[in-house]
Design a protein around this ligand. Structure first.
Ligand code: NAD
Ligand code: WQD
Length: 339
């Protein structure tokens, strides 16, 4: 029997790519998503890529009885918990919504995992837990800074909840993946990111500008203490990131965990500046991205990139794809959205 994995938020950007990689590796995938930030047609796209249609359930994870019914019908070998709200600015405007959705979804899952003796949970954490790091690259032992936003705070609290619950519920194992900056899309161009409204993230804004949907990209500051003055991030291809989840599930199923709650940085280990990203996009896609330099964006981190040694050695995972692959696939995906 194929191992059965529940993916929450599985029609979303990272969840859909992970569903594809899991199905490729022979797992049975069941998806729950309320479609608050994704579309049902993603299920058909996953089927087109893999030849298998994942079972899909549309409900909000805060709806305990729907989730309980799903646990009654299935014995899950593992759960990957992506479902969350993720817009930093919105979380500052409406903190209660973020604490409610992100934390209650996780608590409902944990309650049912305990009730049904389900052991393995992979949690979507974020490099945002580190805040403005004082040392680079950041290792997993870099302490958390005060959260810059309620969104970031929900990721810190999420990890803390896993730390404490895995201590008392001996059956439970958890693994948090701290994603750096996921970008790009599946090479099939059948799945990718679907930003709602004006994108806050750099690469989505670049692709929409190149497509003529936005007049000009604003580069937020070129007077930072970096080689070209623009801020530095560790961009990671979403397909590489998806594969890290497969390794995480394998680690748990093979009982390779060394602690009941483990956490890993998932990035490339390489920092790229805003201008380097724009240049890479323009060069690989032979298209210009009009931009202007404006003031710094409030709350922005100056530079951050990952030390990925732990993921390389313990998870046996390495990022394979480079910035050119990310920019190329992001543009190919964007072009499918224009037509
Ligand atoms: P996404 O919005 O594309 O996917 C999240 C999915 O969860 C969406 O399909 C949405 O409809 C669903 N969802 C939200 N709330 C739900 C609820 N209460 N019940 C059921 N479904 C719900 O986002 P993504 O970029 O794929 O991010 C996935 C996870 O990774 C999130 O937890 C996010 O915080 C985390 N993360 C994302 C990034 C990033 O830059 N994309 C970086 C670090 C961490
Ligand atoms: C990258 C760089 C901007 C847009 C956010 C969340 C974080 C995490 C990933 C989930 C920065 C610059 C951007 C634009 C620009 N998500 N930029 N013009 O800020 O690293 O992180 O997404 O956990 O929590 O905060 O990503 O893509 O918004 O910005 O110059 O129009 O691009 O200033 O230096 P960020 P980003």
């Amino acid at each position: 029997m194929d191992k059965k994995i529940l993916i929450t938020g599985g029609t979303g950007y990272i969840g859909s790519h992970t569903a594809v990689e899991l199905i490729h590796q022979g797992y049975e995938v069941i998806i729950v998503d309320d479609l608050s930030n994704s579309e049902r047609r993603t299920i058909e796209s996953i089927e087109k890529i893999t030849g298998k249609k994942p079972e899909f359930h549309q409900f909000d994870l805060r709806d305990f009885s729907s989730l309980a019914a799903l646990f009654n019908e299935n014995k899950f070998d593992g759960i990957i918990h992506f479902a969350a709200k993720k817009a930093v600015g919105e979380s500052v405007e409406n903190p209660m919504l973020y604490y409610d959705v992100n934390l209650n979804s996780m608590l409902n899952l944990l309650k049912l995992m305990e009730l049904h003796n389900v052991s393995n949970l992979v949690f979507s954490s974020s490099c945002t837990v580190y805040g403005q790091p004082s040392q680079l690259p950041v290792t997993e032992d870099t302490p958390f800074s005060l959260a810059e936003s309620p969104y970031g705070h929900t990721k810190q609290i999420g990890e803390d909840i896993l730390h404490h619950t895995t201590r008392t519920n001996r059956q439970l194992q958890a693994l948090s993946l701290r994603y750096f900056n996921p970008v790009g899309a599946h090479p099939s161009a059948l799945i990718g990111e679907l930003p709602v409204g004006v994108p806050a993230n750099l690469v989505s804004f670049i692709t929409q500008t190149a497509a003529g949907l936005r007049a000009k990209l604003k580069v937020y500051g070129n007077d930072y203490d970096t080689p070209d003055g623009t801020a530095i991030r560790d961009y990671i291809h979403v397909v590489d990131l998806a594969k890290a989840h497969v390794r995480a599930i394998e680690r748990m199923l093979n009982h390779e965990q060394k602690k009941s709650h483990e956490y890993f940085n998932i990035g490339t280990g390489k920092g790229s500046s805003v201008l380097e990203v724009i240049q890479a996009f323009e060069k690989i896609n032979h298209i210009k991205v009009p931009y202007e330099v404006v003031d710094r964006r409030a709350g922005d981190i100056v530079k951050i990139y990952a030390d990925t040694t732990r993921a390389n050695h313990e998870l046996n995972w390495n990022a394979q794809l480079n910035l050119d692959d990310m920019m190329k696939s992001a543009w190919t995906w964007q072009k499918t959205l224009i037509t």
